[in-house]
Ligand binder design. Structure first.
Ligand code: ATP
Length: 313
Protein backbone atom coordinates (compact mmCIF):
# COMPACT_ATOMS: atom_id res chain seq x y z
CA UNK A 1 0.00 0.00 0.00
CA UNK A 2 2.99 2.28 -0.43
CA UNK A 3 2.39 3.23 -4.03
CA UNK A 4 2.41 6.98 -4.34
CA UNK A 5 -0.73 8.45 -5.89
CA UNK A 6 -0.07 12.15 -5.39
CA UNK A 7 3.20 13.97 -4.79
CA UNK A 8 4.03 17.61 -4.76
CA UNK A 9 7.47 19.13 -4.51
CA UNK A 10 7.86 22.72 -3.39
CA UNK A 11 4.51 23.48 -5.00
CA UNK A 12 3.97 27.23 -4.89
CA UNK A 13 1.24 29.59 -6.07
CA UNK A 14 1.56 33.34 -5.87
CA UNK A 15 -1.10 35.90 -6.63
CA UNK A 16 0.83 39.13 -7.06
CA UNK A 17 2.60 39.74 -3.78
CA UNK A 18 0.52 37.17 -1.95
CA UNK A 19 1.81 33.62 -1.64
CA UNK A 20 -1.28 31.41 -1.36
CA UNK A 21 0.69 28.12 -1.38
CA UNK A 22 4.30 28.18 -0.27
CA UNK A 23 6.63 25.32 -1.24
CA UNK A 24 4.26 22.52 -0.24
CA UNK A 25 5.69 19.00 -0.52
CA UNK A 26 3.24 16.22 0.31
CA UNK A 27 2.60 12.59 -0.55
CA UNK A 28 -0.66 10.63 -0.75
CA UNK A 29 -0.41 6.85 -0.94
CA UNK A 30 -2.73 4.36 -2.59
CA UNK A 31 -5.77 3.32 -0.59
CA UNK A 32 -5.49 5.91 2.13
CA UNK A 33 -7.85 8.65 3.23
CA UNK A 34 -5.60 11.69 3.38
CA UNK A 35 -6.87 14.74 5.24
CA UNK A 36 -5.56 18.07 4.02
CA UNK A 37 -6.26 20.25 7.01
CA UNK A 38 -6.01 23.93 7.70
CA UNK A 39 -7.95 27.02 8.67
CA UNK A 40 -9.88 29.13 6.16
CA UNK A 41 -7.59 30.78 3.64
CA UNK A 42 -4.67 28.44 4.43
CA UNK A 43 -4.25 27.40 0.80
CA UNK A 44 -6.10 24.07 0.64
CA UNK A 45 -8.35 24.79 -2.33
CA UNK A 46 -5.51 26.43 -4.25
CA UNK A 47 -3.35 23.32 -3.74
CA UNK A 48 -6.16 20.97 -4.83
CA UNK A 49 -6.86 23.10 -7.88
CA UNK A 50 -3.20 22.85 -8.89
CA UNK A 51 -3.32 19.07 -8.45
CA UNK A 52 -6.30 18.88 -10.77
CA UNK A 53 -4.71 21.09 -13.40
CA UNK A 54 -7.33 23.82 -12.93
CA UNK A 55 -4.63 26.42 -12.23
CA UNK A 56 -0.90 26.42 -12.89
CA UNK A 57 1.67 26.54 -10.13
CA UNK A 58 4.01 29.51 -9.99
CA UNK A 59 6.83 27.08 -9.21
CA UNK A 60 7.36 23.55 -7.96
CA UNK A 61 5.95 20.32 -9.36
CA UNK A 62 3.07 17.93 -8.78
CA UNK A 63 2.41 14.39 -9.95
CA UNK A 64 -1.00 12.79 -9.81
CA UNK A 65 -1.35 9.10 -10.68
CA UNK A 66 2.11 9.42 -12.25
CA UNK A 67 0.96 12.14 -14.60
CA UNK A 68 1.28 15.88 -14.73
CA UNK A 69 -1.89 17.56 -13.43
CA UNK A 70 -4.37 18.26 -16.19
CA UNK A 71 -3.09 15.53 -18.54
CA UNK A 72 -6.05 13.58 -19.98
CA UNK A 73 -4.89 10.33 -18.32
CA UNK A 74 -4.76 12.06 -14.93
CA UNK A 75 -8.21 13.58 -15.46
CA UNK A 76 -9.72 10.23 -16.39
CA UNK A 77 -8.46 8.50 -13.26
CA UNK A 78 -9.21 11.25 -10.75
CA UNK A 79 -12.70 12.36 -9.74
CA UNK A 80 -13.15 15.66 -7.97
CA UNK A 81 -15.66 17.66 -6.02
CA UNK A 82 -13.91 20.96 -5.77
CA UNK A 83 -16.21 23.63 -7.00
CA UNK A 84 -19.97 23.78 -7.12
CA UNK A 85 -20.66 21.02 -9.68
CA UNK A 86 -23.46 23.18 -11.10
CA UNK A 87 -26.28 20.67 -11.19
CA UNK A 88 -29.47 21.54 -13.05
CA UNK A 89 -32.11 22.24 -10.39
CA UNK A 90 -35.10 20.91 -12.33
CA UNK A 91 -33.43 17.71 -13.51
CA UNK A 92 -33.41 14.68 -11.26
CA UNK A 93 -30.20 13.58 -9.57
CA UNK A 94 -30.06 10.64 -12.00
CA UNK A 95 -30.54 12.82 -15.08
CA UNK A 96 -27.92 15.27 -13.85
CA UNK A 97 -25.47 12.38 -13.65
CA UNK A 98 -26.56 11.15 -17.07
CA UNK A 99 -25.73 14.53 -18.57
CA UNK A 100 -22.24 13.96 -17.21
CA UNK A 101 -21.92 10.31 -18.25
CA UNK A 102 -22.81 11.28 -21.82
CA UNK A 103 -20.22 14.04 -21.80
CA UNK A 104 -17.68 11.54 -20.45
CA UNK A 105 -18.76 8.89 -23.02
CA UNK A 106 -19.81 6.47 -20.27
CA UNK A 107 -22.93 4.31 -20.28
CA UNK A 108 -26.09 5.41 -18.43
CA UNK A 109 -25.60 2.51 -16.05
CA UNK A 110 -22.53 4.35 -14.68
CA UNK A 111 -24.93 7.01 -13.37
CA UNK A 112 -27.03 4.38 -11.59
CA UNK A 113 -23.94 2.72 -10.14
CA UNK A 114 -22.69 6.05 -8.78
CA UNK A 115 -26.11 6.86 -7.29
CA UNK A 116 -26.05 3.48 -5.62
CA UNK A 117 -22.56 4.04 -4.19
CA UNK A 118 -23.72 7.21 -2.40
CA UNK A 119 -27.00 5.65 -1.34
CA UNK A 120 -29.22 7.97 -3.38
CA UNK A 121 -30.94 5.41 -5.60
CA UNK A 122 -34.27 5.86 -3.80
CA UNK A 123 -34.30 9.61 -4.46
CA UNK A 124 -32.50 9.47 -7.81
CA UNK A 125 -35.68 10.36 -9.73
CA UNK A 126 -36.47 13.47 -7.67
CA UNK A 127 -35.53 16.94 -8.90
CA UNK A 128 -32.15 18.14 -7.61
CA UNK A 129 -33.77 21.27 -6.13
CA UNK A 130 -35.74 19.13 -3.68
CA UNK A 131 -32.57 17.59 -2.21
CA UNK A 132 -31.26 18.40 1.26
CA UNK A 133 -27.76 19.84 1.49
CA UNK A 134 -26.42 16.44 2.52
CA UNK A 135 -28.03 14.81 -0.54
CA UNK A 136 -26.61 17.53 -2.78
CA UNK A 137 -23.14 16.85 -1.40
CA UNK A 138 -23.63 13.13 -1.90
CA UNK A 139 -24.68 13.72 -5.50
CA UNK A 140 -21.49 15.77 -5.88
CA UNK A 141 -19.50 12.77 -4.65
CA UNK A 142 -21.47 10.54 -7.04
CA UNK A 143 -20.47 12.84 -9.90
CA UNK A 144 -16.84 12.55 -8.80
CA UNK A 145 -17.21 8.76 -8.77
CA UNK A 146 -18.35 8.47 -12.39
CA UNK A 147 -15.94 6.30 -14.30
CA UNK A 148 -14.74 4.66 -11.09
CA UNK A 149 -11.63 6.81 -10.59
CA UNK A 150 -8.56 5.66 -8.64
CA UNK A 151 -8.40 8.94 -6.76
CA UNK A 152 -11.13 11.12 -5.32
CA UNK A 153 -10.30 14.72 -4.51
CA UNK A 154 -12.94 16.33 -2.32
CA UNK A 155 -12.76 19.93 -1.16
CA UNK A 156 -14.52 20.32 2.19
CA UNK A 157 -17.03 17.50 1.60
CA UNK A 158 -18.62 18.00 5.02
CA UNK A 159 -18.95 21.77 4.66
CA UNK A 160 -22.35 23.10 5.65
CA UNK A 161 -23.71 19.70 6.71
CA UNK A 162 -25.49 19.15 10.00
CA UNK A 163 -24.02 16.56 12.39
CA UNK A 164 -26.12 13.73 10.92
CA UNK A 165 -25.15 14.72 7.38
CA UNK A 166 -21.48 14.85 8.41
CA UNK A 167 -21.72 11.40 9.94
CA UNK A 168 -23.28 10.05 6.72
CA UNK A 169 -20.54 11.65 4.64
CA UNK A 170 -17.81 10.22 6.87
CA UNK A 171 -19.35 6.77 6.61
CA UNK A 172 -19.46 7.11 2.83
CA UNK A 173 -15.80 8.16 2.61
CA UNK A 174 -14.65 5.25 4.76
CA UNK A 175 -16.70 2.92 2.57
CA UNK A 176 -15.12 4.33 -0.58
CA UNK A 177 -11.64 3.84 0.85
CA UNK A 178 -12.67 0.30 1.80
CA UNK A 179 -13.22 -0.34 -1.91
CA UNK A 180 -9.64 0.66 -2.65
CA UNK A 181 -10.27 4.21 -3.77
CA UNK A 182 -7.72 6.72 -2.54
CA UNK A 183 -9.40 9.77 -1.02
CA UNK A 184 -7.78 13.18 -0.65
CA UNK A 185 -10.10 15.50 1.23
CA UNK A 186 -9.68 18.96 2.66
CA UNK A 187 -11.26 20.22 5.82
CA UNK A 188 -11.01 22.91 8.42
CA UNK A 189 -13.11 20.79 10.80
CA UNK A 190 -10.39 18.63 12.22
CA UNK A 191 -12.52 16.88 14.77
CA UNK A 192 -14.77 15.77 11.92
CA UNK A 193 -12.08 13.96 9.97
CA UNK A 194 -9.65 12.68 12.56
CA UNK A 195 -11.47 9.37 12.87
CA UNK A 196 -11.50 8.64 9.16
CA UNK A 197 -8.10 9.86 7.94
CA UNK A 198 -5.13 7.52 7.77
CA UNK A 199 -2.75 10.44 7.42
CA UNK A 200 -3.06 14.18 7.52
CA UNK A 201 -1.14 17.15 6.19
CA UNK A 202 -1.61 20.39 8.10
CA UNK A 203 -1.33 23.64 6.15
CA UNK A 204 -1.31 27.13 7.59
CA UNK A 205 -0.57 30.38 5.77
CA UNK A 206 0.28 28.44 2.64
CA UNK A 207 2.96 26.28 4.30
CA UNK A 208 2.70 22.59 5.07
CA UNK A 209 3.51 22.48 8.77
CA UNK A 210 3.45 18.76 9.29
CA UNK A 211 2.44 15.52 7.59
CA UNK A 212 1.95 12.28 9.49
CA UNK A 213 -0.56 9.78 10.81
CA UNK A 214 -3.31 11.08 13.08
CA UNK A 215 -1.84 9.02 15.94
CA UNK A 216 1.63 10.50 15.46
CA UNK A 217 0.38 14.02 15.19
CA UNK A 218 -1.55 13.72 18.39
CA UNK A 219 1.63 12.61 20.06
CA UNK A 220 1.60 10.79 23.34
CA UNK A 221 -1.30 10.84 25.72
CA UNK A 222 -1.60 13.46 28.41
CA UNK A 223 -2.09 13.04 32.11
CA UNK A 224 -4.51 15.40 33.86
CA UNK A 225 -3.98 15.89 37.58
CA UNK A 226 -5.89 17.86 40.21
CA UNK A 227 -4.02 17.91 43.49
CA UNK A 228 -3.57 20.35 46.40
CA UNK A 229 -1.60 22.33 47.21
CA UNK A 230 -1.10 23.00 43.53
CA UNK A 231 2.42 24.43 43.98
CA UNK A 232 3.51 21.17 45.60
CA UNK A 233 1.91 19.19 42.78
CA UNK A 234 3.57 21.43 40.21
CA UNK A 235 7.01 20.95 41.75
CA UNK A 236 6.58 17.16 41.88
CA UNK A 237 5.29 17.02 38.31
CA UNK A 238 8.16 19.15 36.98
CA UNK A 239 10.73 17.06 38.83
CA UNK A 240 9.41 13.84 37.32
CA UNK A 241 8.23 14.89 33.85
CA UNK A 242 10.52 17.86 33.16
CA UNK A 243 9.53 21.53 33.06
CA UNK A 244 8.53 21.59 29.38
CA UNK A 245 6.10 18.70 29.73
CA UNK A 246 4.05 20.31 32.52
CA UNK A 247 1.29 22.83 31.88
CA UNK A 248 -0.70 24.62 34.55
CA UNK A 249 -4.33 24.76 33.44
CA UNK A 250 -7.16 27.03 34.51
CA UNK A 251 -8.82 25.80 37.69
CA UNK A 252 -5.43 24.75 39.15
CA UNK A 253 -5.24 21.44 37.32
CA UNK A 254 -2.06 20.22 35.64
CA UNK A 255 -1.55 18.62 32.25
CA UNK A 256 1.53 16.49 31.80
CA UNK A 257 2.66 15.38 28.34
CA UNK A 258 3.79 11.91 29.36
CA UNK A 259 2.84 8.35 28.51
CA UNK A 260 0.12 6.61 30.50
CA UNK A 261 2.78 4.37 32.04
CA UNK A 262 3.97 7.30 34.16
CA UNK A 263 0.68 7.50 36.10
CA UNK A 264 1.49 5.24 39.12
CA UNK A 265 4.92 6.81 39.74
CA UNK A 266 3.61 10.36 39.62
CA UNK A 267 0.62 9.55 41.83
CA UNK A 268 2.93 7.96 44.42
CA UNK A 269 5.30 10.93 44.34
CA UNK A 270 2.41 13.35 44.87
CA UNK A 271 1.17 11.42 47.88
CA UNK A 272 4.75 11.12 49.27
CA UNK A 273 5.11 14.90 48.96
CA UNK A 274 1.97 15.35 51.10
CA UNK A 275 -0.39 16.48 48.31
CA UNK A 276 -4.11 15.62 48.36
CA UNK A 277 -4.82 13.97 45.00
CA UNK A 278 -8.37 14.65 43.81
CA UNK A 279 -8.18 13.42 40.24
CA UNK A 280 -5.76 11.63 37.92
CA UNK A 281 -6.83 10.72 34.41
CA UNK A 282 -5.17 10.10 31.07
CA UNK A 283 -6.53 11.44 27.85
CA UNK A 284 -5.45 11.59 24.25
CA UNK A 285 -5.18 15.01 22.79
CA UNK A 286 -7.65 15.62 20.00
CA UNK A 287 -6.38 16.57 16.60
CA UNK A 288 -8.18 19.86 17.16
CA UNK A 289 -6.00 20.69 20.18
CA UNK A 290 -2.80 19.76 18.39
CA UNK A 291 -3.87 21.69 15.33
CA UNK A 292 -4.35 24.89 17.30
CA UNK A 293 -0.96 24.42 18.85
CA UNK A 294 0.94 23.82 15.66
CA UNK A 295 -0.78 26.48 13.61
CA UNK A 296 -0.16 28.95 16.46
CA UNK A 297 3.54 28.09 16.75
CA UNK A 298 4.06 27.28 13.08
CA UNK A 299 6.22 24.35 14.08
CA UNK A 300 5.12 20.77 14.64
CA UNK A 301 8.12 20.14 16.84
CA UNK A 302 6.71 22.67 19.27
CA UNK A 303 3.33 21.03 19.40
CA UNK A 304 3.55 20.48 23.12
CA UNK A 305 4.74 23.99 23.79
CA UNK A 306 3.13 26.38 26.18
CA UNK A 307 0.86 27.92 23.55
CA UNK A 308 -1.38 24.96 24.29
CA UNK A 309 -2.38 26.59 27.53
CA UNK A 310 -4.61 29.22 25.96
CA UNK A 311 -6.70 26.54 24.27
CA UNK A 312 -7.26 24.37 27.26
CA UNK A 313 -10.02 24.39 29.74
N1 ATP B 1 -7.69 33.73 -7.66
C1 ATP B 1 -7.14 34.27 -6.57
N2 ATP B 1 -6.63 35.52 -6.59
C2 ATP B 1 -6.05 36.08 -5.50
N3 ATP B 1 -5.95 35.45 -4.31
C3 ATP B 1 -6.45 34.21 -4.21
C4 ATP B 1 -7.07 33.55 -5.32
N4 ATP B 1 -7.46 32.32 -4.92
C5 ATP B 1 -7.12 32.20 -3.62
N5 ATP B 1 -6.51 33.34 -3.20
C6 ATP B 1 -5.98 33.58 -1.85
O1 ATP B 1 -5.11 32.52 -1.51
C7 ATP B 1 -5.26 32.19 -0.16
C8 ATP B 1 -5.60 30.70 -0.03
O2 ATP B 1 -6.91 30.51 -0.49
P1 ATP B 1 -7.59 29.06 -0.55
O3 ATP B 1 -8.96 29.23 -1.14
O4 ATP B 1 -6.67 28.11 -1.20
O5 ATP B 1 -7.68 28.70 0.99
P2 ATP B 1 -8.44 27.48 1.70
O6 ATP B 1 -7.48 26.89 2.64
O7 ATP B 1 -9.05 26.61 0.67
O8 ATP B 1 -9.53 28.24 2.51
P3 ATP B 1 -11.12 27.97 2.63
O9 ATP B 1 -11.27 26.85 3.59
O10 ATP B 1 -11.61 29.27 3.16
O11 ATP B 1 -11.61 27.65 1.23
C9 ATP B 1 -6.31 33.10 0.42
O12 ATP B 1 -5.66 34.17 1.04
C10 ATP B 1 -7.08 33.55 -0.80
O13 ATP B 1 -7.62 34.81 -0.60
Amino acid sequence: MNETIVTTENLTKRYGEHTAVDEVSLTVRRGEVYGFLGPNGAGKTTTLRMLLGLIRPTSGTATILRHTPGEPAAKRRAGALIEDPGFFPYLSGRDNLRVMTRYLALSDSAADAALDRVDLTGRGGDPFRTYSLGMKQRLGVAAALLGNPDLLVLDEPTNGLDPAGMADMRELLVELAGHGQTVLLSSHLLGEVQDICDRVGVISDGRLITESTVAEIRGMSSLYIRAEPVDVALAVAMRIAGDDAVHLLDGDALRLDVGAGATPGITRALVDAGADVHEVRTSERSLEEVFFEITATGDAANSTASTARSHER
